[in-house]
Design a protein around this ligand. Sequence first.
Ligand code: NAD
Ligand code: TYD
Length: 337
Amino acid sequence: MKILITGAAGFIGTNFLKYAVPRYKDIFFYCYDKLTYAGRLSNLVPLLVNDNIKFTKGDLTDCDLLTAIFSKENFDAVINFAAETHVDKSLICCDQFIKTNILGTQILLQISNDFNIKKFLQISTDEVYGPVDYPHRLNEAACLKPSNPYAISKASADLICLSYFRSYNLPVVITRSCNNYGPYQFIEKQIPLMIYRAMNNKYLPVYGNGSNIRERIHVEDNIRAILVLLEKGKAGEIYNVSTGIGISNIDLVRILLKRLNKPESLIRFVKDRINHDKRYAMNSNKIKKEFNWKPEIDLEEGIDTTIEWYMNNYEWIKGCFTEEFNLFIETNYGELF
Ligand code: NAD
Ligand code: TYD
């Protein structure tokens, strides 16, 4: 079996490959990534010694390059991780979110359809549902009410995916997961940013009053869900992947500080995110019932191993601060980093 993995050098792509490449020797993983500020080839270098993996640099919107690769490789399946992923960035400049997340996904779908791919797994997010009032939890049939430009671009991609299934029978499966955390997550996201700042005794910026609620899943639990869906997910179906446990941002930051043995005086409430979704909450009964998947890593255990990873990989954190990223944060964030 041969699979195209887009966005391979990002956070979830890297963790997926580190998990899957040594375990599935009968699968060939063809990695494709534009290597934006969020993707790092060095994440994958140790894996590239294996016979069942290869990397090509390329853009999701590069129809000619992708067509040439598909003609040569005869893929069975595609997993589309590639995306612009940071909500705050999408609120500042959303053009690249539209290009990659919407147009790029459509191009990949069209080529996958032209080459009769047997499964197209779209990696989506709980953000497509928009904010959810307590105590409700949404299942896969809920309406999409995305708020911010990132969420809107991902919801658009989901709808285009479903259209390729309904119009051309392309066997698309969509997985919508809650917030992932773990090793190799780029420093712009909340958990790695808080760990990095606390390690350096810098204040921890909490947007608004910190009451916004997210569900947090360890990336390895999500990877097991992705692998189950790659094998068994039904064409045209959507599967939520979440823990069912919401936690407010302020409570999460307090846990991080406690595990890092740092004082709560480091917490600083800062200006809220524009249009900040109050609460995401999904129900994942479908994947649990149909495929017996369940999350296995509890938050405190997952946070501890994540902290340990960032502490042991300080050079990796420093690698996030490229010229491109420094310029972006200088122009847009002031001293938040
Ligand atoms: P990430 O930002 O860490 O990685 C994204 C990767 O995509 C990077 O390697 C980047 O170089 C690549 N990329 C970006 N634009 C590209 C383009 N035009 N062509 C080719 N490659 C491109 O993101 P992540 O956290 O690993 O997320 C992976 C997927 O999972 C995304 O689709 C995201 O929407 C989805 N998702 C993420 C989370 C989460 O909490 N991280 C939750 C739900 C869904
Ligand atoms: P983030 O990690 O950016 O993920 P997403 O916006 O995709 O959920 O943010 C997670 C939550 O943390 C979100 O409610 C915004 C909040 N947040 C802060 O309070 N401070 C920060 O510095 C960041 C980056 C996020």
